[in-house]
Ligand binder design. Sequence first.
Ligand code: ZN
Length: 218
Amino acid sequence: MTDDGAWDDVNWDLDFESFEWMVHLAACFNRHLPSNVPWTVWPDWPHDMLGFVVDDQRAGWLSALRLVHTHPNIAVEGNSITVTDSRGTARELEDVTVSSRWWHVDVGIDWDVPLDVVAALDATYGPSPSHAFIPGHLQQVCLGIEDDAASYGLGLSAVLQAMLDGMALFGKATDFHAARCRSCRETTYSEGLRGQGFVSSQEVTFECFSCSWETVTN
Ligand SMILES: [Zn+2]
């Protein structure tokens, strides 16, 4: 059952094609619900807003819209969502739409990871030299939803939770290992393989692509 007064608090000054409007309208249509229960009412709005959301994906989007509307550390303006993590770092998602499945999030640290974060990562994953710094190409992490059939709203919720947690972003950005090519001696930082063989006393060696290509062709 919807509240007959759903339209009473609508702010008609908002841009009807913005994500902010979608959040706002959903909040108006679910305002009759207790604050601790999931939203259930899809707004009765004739236009597509940011894009069409099929029936079985609406629950996931209502969950994301509720998170954006209710969380004290999440703000929405136009098509941008700003999330402030527990360390006080604010990060922004821009151009938010209902058709986005993957999101690029800036970790927000240039190279050196703060010491308290290093300690927390060491405690969670076991000590690793990779916790001390973030190579350039990992300073932005890609987050989203694997399951193409699921509501992308659930993917956005997961991204927002990772941004609220901050540490989840550092965990992903520091999950790399360094390896030195045994031929050209170049060092690269590759994603994954947390902690594997990456200790300061013992170098990981491999044959880089261009060197192994030369071996094949010569
Ligand atoms: Zn090489």
